[in-house]
Design a protein around this ligand. Structure first.
Ligand code: GLV
Length: 309
């Protein structure tokens, strides 16, 4: 019985080792080692070859290798009966929270600006805004967004969150739905995007929405590149409405060499590193889902295929 890794991106060895340690009785292989398609029961995927899952008649479940499942859901060839699950890992949320804090502080204290000044041996001080004076709006208040918003609130920021649906009360103020989006946006000095990518959220960071932010506000995108309309973002930066942006995710990754984001003085580019999945940390939940799938028990962190997350 096989658990098969489908990924063009991840190095297989650490995953194979961690999964074999967590489930020594289970056959774990990479997809190039498949000998019998009928014996593939569980797939672990990141940017898999599209359409490939149709070839496995007994595939019960596809697990993402990370928190996002957009790379799976965009494949029209996911068999109807195959469940999709994602990773929910406290370590991932912690890493994301700390990365978000680093980007916020870098912006507030102008660290990148001083690095540029250093290149010209310029000694020039600028006043900064203190944590207690800054409002952060977190878009996406699901499992991850909620953790990050709570973390930032506890660091002393004034945090609000926005999600598609009403959610339980939290330590920070919550907004939801299209009707409350403008009120959420118009008071966010820093907008932090942690939304899942779905047909509804694609392009949600555009001229209209970003234009509602207060003048001089700052965007941090740790969701997906497709949330941003690149052209609109550049226009709002060039007009001075936005003071800058820190982007960790891009429509095309790696970001193409000729993309204008690379050279834009107000854009900080990082190569999708806000949180990296640690195989050791997530192998137990993948193995648990394998066992659940094999015995037809309810799966952990199941994706609603209609909703797309
Ligand atoms: C990273 O982007 C993830 O989805 O885990």
């Amino acid at each position: 019985m096989s658990l098969v890794i489908f990924s063009k991106v991840h190095k297989a060895t650490p995953w194979l080792e961690a999964l074999r340690r967590a489930g020594p009785d289970i056959e774990v292989i990479t997809h190039d080692k498949i000998r019998d398609n009928e014996k593939v029961f569980f797939a672990l995927a990141w940017n898999h070859p599209k359409g490939v899952f149709k070839e496995f008649p007994n595939l019960k479940c596809i697990s993402s290798m990370g928190a996002g499942v957009d790379h799976i859901m965009e494949d029209p060839g996911i068999p109807e009966k195959t469940e999709v699950v994602r990773i929910v890992d406290p370590l991932l949320s912690k890493d994301l929270s700390e990365f978000a804090l680093a980007q916020v502080m870098n912006h507030l204290r102008g660290i990148s600006n001083y690095r540029m000044q250093q290149a010209g041996k310029t000694w020039k001080k600028r006043m900064y805004r203190r944590v207690s004076e800054v409002k952060i709006g977190v878009m996406g208040t699901g499992a991850i967004g909620n953790k990050v918003a709570t973390y930032l609130q506890r660091c002393g920021f004034f945090v609000t969150g926005w999600g598609k649906n009403p959610a339980k009360p939290a330590e920070y103020e919550r907004y939801h739905g299209k009707a409350q989006l403008d009120n959420f946006l118009k008071q966010a000095d820093i907008l932090l995007c942690l939304l899942p990518l779905t047909p509804e959220t694609k392009g949600i960071l555009n001229k209209q929405t970003l234009g509602k932010l207060p003048p001089g506000s700052f965007l941090i995108n740790l969701g997906r590149g497709q949330h941003v309309v690149d052209q609109d973002l550049m226009q709002l930066l060039d007009s001075g409405h936005l003071s800058g942006a820190s982007l960790d995710v891009f429509e095309q990754e790696p970001l193409p060499e000729d993309h204008p984001f690379w050279m834009h003085p107000q854009i900080q580019v990082t190569p999708h590193v806000a949180s990296l999945t640690t195989p050791e940390s997530v192998a137990p939940q993948i193995i648990e889902n394998y066992r659940r799938a094999m015995s037809n028990r309810p799966l952990l962190n199941r994706v609603n295929k209609k909703q797309g997350y």
